[in-house]
Every structure is written in structure tokens, then in C-alpha cells.
Design a protein around this ligand. Structure first.
Ligand code: 26V
Length: 804
């Protein structure tokens, strides 16, 4: 990489600052300082970016396109500095100039262009593709407003718009010249050409311009710069006159105005369908244009292009590619279909029925009529071919169109060459139950790719004290090869390393405690256990189970302040979908409980509850390094993978978990002594549900411990709640507790008591923490990406630094 020394950097920075703002460099605001630093950095990396783009064209290497409706990149500045290997230079330079590096870092907005795990995974993958030398391109939407900003008012969640583009974004480049037109609506009919071929004709279509904005994705010290391309909807320039009414203009702008916040809850809303087609069409057109420049025959398309769809949201990519190959490139159906199938692969991220996308046929027909015709044809051919081979029952059960709806998962599965789940258990459930009919027809199409996280962001940057300790203890190789963190294992009895590990944790806890004191006015003891549950608020994730546990402890401590319980700080971070009423009631409950518990002098500060507002990637970076205990307590079989579990583990938190998602793999890696497992297993849940024998009211009536906890929801114990207490009580007792909280409660409670006992022994706790850190390297997204590359995308990255 190009050398950059501190003195040169300082000169360049000062000069640029004064040129841009016409004031002396030390007079600027932190925002101005950030903007200038962004420009300086951009000047530094652009050469690589240009070089990389040229190289790709010259070498004609296969390109991966990762389509996702969500990306959650977090702040980029530190990632760029780290990956360009100029972190220390820049930090020292700015400090020399009397500027506050950390403040400048915080001046960057954290783009919330995703809901949670799925979007964050896409961004970890972008970082890993660049770092493992996979030519990966992200394709997404440049939402003008990201996920809503969460505020608590009187304990209730209020949603405010998140205008993340308020200030200029120094990383993105608007590529107007690469814009494409996306066509909606109108009438379409097939007309016979002179040569006898049928070609579609369109009239009265509504055309929208898709303008790309590119953001570089810089690999870790390897000179690679990939591209994240986000499309923005605009009025086509040469057709301004057609869009004269404000309604028409608003209709265009609304397409990329806002991210849908209803994570895991499908709603057949027209605007969402428009977004999905907008992304699919714009992205596919861009790829086709790129491929045509290579001047190769169409049959070689799958050799040069792999297209991955992140959940079903961009599935319309498939009929869109078919449309272009058929209508514009004159391929036959068989030719187009073969090319498509070899090109597309699909990841499933959920088995929750309510998250499965299915679009009414009439909607697709009126919004994108030509695409509807193509889907009908895919459907008809599927039924015909599969009936012949497997009989009509299986053919119809796997068809993409059923009951006048397009089942997007079915469409994605039958049109791709690979379908993967995101953790071993999840893939097993898909194969055995959810998608078993497809498994019969396509036995080799399914595979597992357990999720991963980038240790660069989640350890190297978020936890500098730990990173330094690792460097000192095991050398720096782990930074390139996270599996090398396992070398830490041999220090399990090294008192000095254990002491330092404790110091690292304490430092991080103090940093978080300072934030909590300054921002929330709550004083927390850094020596207490920090017990963390950070994820979207959803009934299946069972934040309520943790609430029951907290109430239980609170009541015990109130009766007996000397009770043998560990001092704990319970940390929550969670947004609820704006329309998810029950989840919002739980938010109110947690806040009301926090008010009660945090201010009750009878319990001697033995419990504090910290519910951080507006949980985000940036807050995760602050919370995760400070965590002692990681709560991964979803009902077994429901959480596809989870990724906060991996990040927390890498930062030395111990996990309390059900055997769900990737928790199963974490448990296998660390062994039974270094994780706290509880609760029903996925197959037990299935049996219990199928038996219809579960009776939650019965448990409530017979079990005094549970009864006392639940009564506190309705008897005024928690003064801040009103109807919420009753509704939540009813969801458990009257509505038979859909997620089996009462069934799992005792097992959970026992596990929590075991946690308390273990935490009392500082040394053995720290040893367990060390094992967790050491084993976490296996969850590096770099390895996950290499498996996608070899098993699914068929690309061979230059992996001189990484072996799987
Ligand atoms: C569905 C929908 C439905 C339509 C409206 C907007 C919307 C947004 C997102 C979703 C999909 C939710 C699926 C999801 O986020 N799954 C999570 O994926 C993570 C990464 O694989 C995984 O770790 C989590 O366990 C899984 O819940």
C-alpha cells in the first residue's frame, strides 16, 4: 500500500481544511473536521478504487452480485482507516493537531438502512468479500430515510424519521451516467415481428430513473476495493414534462424514500413491491450492461456472473433477467432459463410463516405486467415438468403460484441452483420440515452456510484493549486469520493473562457506564455483571422471559436484601416494528420495570436495568465489548442463526442460550462447561406443539414462583404499566403462551442461578471467557464468504492470507 506518514498527513489535512472552509483548521466544528478527513481519505483510496475497477474489466474475473434490500454498514471511517492500514497514522496526526479523534469518528452518521441481522450480515459480507479478494458487488436501495429513530416517551416507543443524508456523505459517488430506466405499469401485449417472433409492446408505462450511488468497500490491507451500489429513484431527465403533477413526482420519489421497518412481518403493500422490483430491475440491467461489454456469448454469462439474493426480497431479479434475455436479447426460453438457473442462488433467513413473502397475482399483474407473464410461464412449466416426474401433488405444492398468490420462496427455490440456510440447525429444519417437498425434488440444491461476523469491526475496532492484549499474547496473525485466536487457549492458566483480560473487560464496562451515566442519568457499577440482550423486539426472541427473571430477582431481593444473588446490570437494546403492538407493550413493560427497580432503595442497587434508546450498530460497538453475559434465549427452532451471539462471544461474554440457531454451534465449540444451556430443544418444541397438550394456565395455577411473577404484572407491583400488564399476562395465561415461556422458565431460572454462582468465581469465569474468545475466530465472516465462494458462487479468490 502507498505509504502515508504522519507529517504528510497533517499537511494534507490542514491544507484541505483551509481550502474547503476558509478558516484555520483548528477553528472548525467536529462535523467539518470529519468532512475534511473524509475528503482526504477519499483522495487516498480513489487510486485503488479506479485500479480495481479497471482490473476487473481487464481480467474479466467472475463477479458476485449480492442483492439485498438492506445493508447496515455502521460508520465507515474507522473501517477505512484500519483496512487501508493508516489508522495509527491518522489518529496520531489528528491528535498532534490538537483534534479529538474519537469525537471526529462520532460525527459520522450511522446509516440505518436495515432492520437487524439480515442487513448487518450483508454488510459483514461486503467487508469480508473485499478482505478475502472476492470480487463482490453489493446492490441495494439508497433509502432517503433509514430505519426510524426510536425515542422513549413515558416509557413508550415513539418513532421519528431518520434523515441520515442531512449532511453530505463523503463516501458515496453519484454515478448519474450509469443510470437506468425501470418501467412500471401500463399495458403490454405480444406482437408478431417480421421474423415471426413475438415481442412485447408497451404503452402508458410509468418510467422511473434508477440513479446509482457507489460506496467503496475496502479490503483489509490487500489493495482490494469493491463496490456497494445503492439506487435512488428519480424522475427521468428527458421526460420531465411527463411528470407534471405533484402526485406523479411524489410517486417516483416515494419509491426509495423509506425502509420498511416491519422486520419478520410480511404485509402485501404495493410500495414494498415497487421497491423490490426497482432494485431487481436496476441491478439486473446494470449487470447485463457489464456483461455485454465483455462481448461474450450469452451461454458464458454464468461463468462471469453470480447473483445472490438475500432472502426473497430481491427475487424479482429472476423474472427480470428472464425478461431481458427473452425480450431484448432474443434467447429462447430454454436458453434463458438455463442461464438464469446457473446464475442465481438464494439464502433463506427465516422460517417464521408470518415473514414469508407472497404477493397477490393481481398486484404483480398491474404493477409489472410483463414480469407477471414470465412468472405464469415459470409456474406452468414447473407444474408440467414436475408432474411428469413426481406426480401432480408435489408439483402443485412446490409451484410458485398458489391461491392467486406468488410465493416468493417457491419462485426463488425452483429458479436457483443453490438454496442455503444460515446455521446448521436452521438448514436442517428447512430440509426436514419447511422445505421438505423441495428437498425431495432437488436433493442437491440445499446447503448450509452458517453466518459469520467480521472481527475487524467487532473486535479490532470495537475492542482495542482486547486486540492489544491478543497482539501481546499470541502475536498479530489473528488479525488476518481469526482462527488463530485459538492460540489464546494455551493461556488458560496464565494468571497474568487472566488478570489482563479482566482489566480489559473492566475498561470496556467503565466506558459503557460513563455513556449510561451521561446519556441516561443512571449510575451503574462496573463491577456488577453486565447481562445483555440486544436484538429486535419480537415475541419469539423472548425478551419477556428475561423480564420474568428480573421480576423474580427483584421480588426476592425486596423480601430479603441479603439474598445470595449476583449484582447485575440488565442491558436491553431493541426496536419494535411500529405496527407490532405486543412488542411495543413489552418495551413499555421493560421501561416501567426499570423505573421501579432502578429507584427502589430496598434492593441496594443489586439490579439496574438499562434500556438504551435507538439501538444501532454504533451502540452495539459500545455495548458488546462491555458484556459479561449474552442472552440468546429464543424459542428453539425459531431463530435462524443470530449474529449478536457471535459478536458477544468474540468479546468474551459467556452465553446463556437455548439450542437454537448458531447457539448450537457455539455450544459445540466451547463445550458444556463454558456455556449455560437451558430449555426445550427444537424437536421437543415440535412434539409439544403437535400434541396440543400444553396448558399454560395450568402451570400458572400450580407453580407458585411463576404465579408470583405473573401476578406482579396485574396487581400494581409495577406502577408504570396499565393495560400492558393485563395484556401481557393474558398472552401467557389466557392465550396459552405461544412461545412456551412458562414451560422453559424453570430451566432458564436454574441456568441463571448457575451463572450467578460461576460469576462469583472470578478466575474460572475469566477462563471461560478466554475460551469463548479463543473459539470465536471460527465465526469470522471471512470463512463464511470463502465457503459461499467455493460452494455456491464458484469463484476462486486469491487466498494467500486466508486458509479455511
Ligand atoms: C422480512 C420482511 C418482510 C417484509 C417487510 C420487511 C421485512 C424485512 C425483513 C424480513 C426478513 C427477516 C428475516 C431476518 O432478518 N432474519 C434474520 O437473519 C439473520 C441473518 O441471517 C439471522 O441471524 C436471524 O436469526 C434471522 O432472524
Amino acid at each position: 500500500m502507498k505509504p502515508m506518514d504522519v507529517e504528510t498527513f497533517k499537511e494534507v489535512y490542514k491544507k484541505r481544511f483551509e481550502d474547503v472552509y476558509a478558516i484555520q483548521y483548528h477553528m472548525g466544528s467536529t462535523l467539518e473536521q470529519f468532512q475534511v478527513l473524509g475528503q482526504v481519505l477519499r483522495g487516498y483510496y480513489t487510486d485503488y478504487w479506479i485500479e480495481n475497477n479497471q482490473e476487473k474489466i481487464d481480467n474479466q474475473d467472475k463477479q458476485v452480485y449480492y442483492f439485498s434490500m438492506e445493508f447496515l454498514p455502521g460508520r465507515q471511517l474507522k473501517t477505512y482507516l484500519l483496512n487501508l492500514d493508516v489508522y495509527d497514522t491518522v489518529k496520531t496526526g489528528l491528535t498532534d493537531l490538537g483534534l479529538d479523534f474519537d469525537k471526529i469518528v462520532e460525527a459520522e452518521v450511522d446509516p440505518a438502512l436495515g432492520n437487524g441481522g439480515l442487513g448487518r450480515l450483508a454488510s459483514c459480507f461486503m467487508d469480508s468479500m473485499a478482505s478475502t479478494h472476492v470480487y463482490g458487488n453489493g446492490c441495494g436501495i439508497r433509502y432517503q430515510y433509514g430505519l426510524f429513530k426510536q425515542k422513549f416517551i413515558d416509557g413508550y416507543q415513539i418513532e421519528l424519521p431518520e434523515n441520515w443524508l442531512r449532511n453530505p456523505n463523503p463516501w458515496e459517488v453519484r454515478k448519474e451516467s450509469k443510470s437506468v430506466i425501470v418501467r412500471f405499469g401500463g399495458n403490454v401485449w405480444l406482437e408478431e415481428q417480421k421474423d415471426g417472433k413475438l415481442k412485447p409492446k408497451y404503452e402508458h408505462t410509468f418510467d422511473v430513473l434508477a440513479v446509482p450511488y457507489d460506496t467503496p468497500q475496502i479490503g483489509y490491507r490487500n489493495g482490494v476495493v469493491n463496490n456497494l451500489r445503492l439506487f435512488s429513484a428519480e424522475i427521468p431527465y428527458d421526460e420531465e414534462s411527463k411528470y407534471i403533477t405533484s402526485e406523479q413526482r411524489q410517486e417516483v420519489n416515494s419509491i426509495t424514500e423509506v425502509l420498511y421497518p416491519d422486520d419478520s412481518n410480511y404485509e402485501g403493500r404495493l410500495l414494498r413491491l415497487k421497491q423490490e422490483y426497482f432494485l431487481s430491475s436496476a441491478g439486473i440491467q446494470t449487470i447485463v450492461r457489464y456483461f455485454k461489454n465483455l462481448k461474450l456469448p450469452w451461454t458464458r454469462f454464468p461463468e462471469k456472473v453470480a447473483i445472490h439474493i438475500n432472502d426473497t426480497h430481491p427475487t424479482l431479479c429472476i423474472p427480470e433477467l428472464m425478461r431481458i434475455l427473452l425480450d431484448e436479447e432474443d434467447l429462447t426460453w430454454e436458453q434463458a432459463w438455463n442461464i438464469s438457473k446457473k446464475t442465481f442462488s438464494y439464502t433463506n433467513h427465516t422460517i417464521l410463516q408470518e415473514a414469508m413473502e407472497r404477493w397477490p397475482v393481481y398486484m404483480i399483474e398491474s404493477l409489472i405486467p410483463r414480469i407477471a407473464q414470465i412468472i405464469y410461464e415459470i409456474n406452468a412449466r414447473h407444474i408440467r415438468n414436475k408432474t411428469e416426474l413426481y406426480g401432480s401433488e408435489l408439483a402443485y405444492k412446490t409451484a410458485p403460484i398458489q391461491d392467486d398468490q406468488v410465493l416468493m420462496a417457491n419462485l426463488a427455490i425452483i429458479s436457483s441452483h443453490s438454496v442455503n440456510g444460515v446455521a446448521k440447525l436452521h438448514t436442517e429444519i428447512l430440509e426436514r420440515y419447511t422445505l421438505s417437498d423441495f428437498k425431495t425434488i432437488y436433493p442437491f440444491r440445499f446447503n448450509n452456510k452458517t453466518n459469520g461476523v467480521t472481527h475487524r469491526r467487532w473486535v479490532q475496532l470495537a475492542n482495542e484493549p482486547l486486540s492489544q492484549l491478543l497482539d501481546k499474547t499470541i502475536g498479530e496473525e489473528w488479525r488476518f486469520q481469526p482462527k488463530e485466536m485459538r492460540l489464546l487457549r494455551s493461556y488458560i492458566d496464565d494468571e497474568s493473562v487472566l488478570d489482563q483480560l479482566q482489566q480489559v473487560k473492566l475498561t470496556n464496562k467503565k466506558r459503557f457506564a460513563k455513556f449510561v451515566s451521561e446519556q441516561m442519568n443512571i449510575e451503574i457499577d462496573p463491577h456488577a455483571m453486565f447481562d445483555v440482550q440486544i436484538k429486535r423486539l419480537h415475541a419469539y426472541k423472548r425478551q419477556l422471559l428475561q423480564v420474568m427473571h428480573i421480576i423474580d430477582r427483584y421480588l426476592q431481593l425486596r423480601d430479603n436484601p441479603e439474598a445470595k444473588l449476583a449484582k447485575r446490570v440488565f442491558v436491553f437494546g431493541a426496536k419494535a416494528a411500529p405496527s407490532y403492538y405486543y412488542a411495543k407493550q413489552i418495551i413499555k413493560l421493560i421501561n416501567a420495570l426499570a423505573d421501579l427497580v432502578n429507584n427502589d432503595p430496598r434492593i441496594n442497587d443489586m439490579i439496574k436495568i438499562v434500556f438504551v434508546e435507538n439501538y444501532s450498530v454504533s451502540l452495539a460497538e459500545l455495548i458488546i465489548p462491555a458484556a459479561d453475559l449474552s442472552e440468546q434465549i429464543s424459542l428453539a427452532g425459531k431463530e435462524a442463526s443470530g449474529t449478536s451471539n457471535m459478536k458477544l462471544m468474540a468479546n468474551g461474554a459467556l452465553t446463556i442460550a437455548t439450542l437454537d440457531g448458531a447457539n448450537v454451534e457455539i455450544s459445540n465449540l466451547v463445550g458444556p462447561d463454558d456455556i449455560f444451556l437451558f430449555g426445550m430443544k427444537a424437536d421437543e418444541v415440535q412434539v409439544l406443539r403437535d400434541s396440543h397438550a400444553y396448558n399454560a394456565r395450568d402451570i400458572y395455577e400450580r407453580d407458585p414462583q411463576i404465579q408470583r411473577i405473573l401476578n406482579s404484572l396485574i396487581d400494581g407491583t409495577i406502577p408504570g404499566i396499565k393495560s400492558e400488564g393485563i395484556d401481557i399476562f393474558n398472552s401467557l395465561v389466557t392465550d396459552n403462551d405461544e412461545y412456551f415461556l412458562l414451560k422453559d422458565y424453570h430451566s432458564f431460572y436454574q441456568a441463571q442461578m448457575k451463572v450467578d454462582i460461576n460469576y462469583a468465581n472470578k478466575k474460572s469465569w475469566t477462563q471461560k471467557s478466554l475460551i469463548n474468545i479463543a473459539q470465536s475466530g471460527k465465526f469470522s465472516a471471512d470463512y463464511t464468504i470463502l465457503r459461499y465462494a467455493s460452494d455456491i458462487w464458484n469463484v476462486a479468490p486469491e487466498t494467500e492470507v486466508l486458509q479455511q
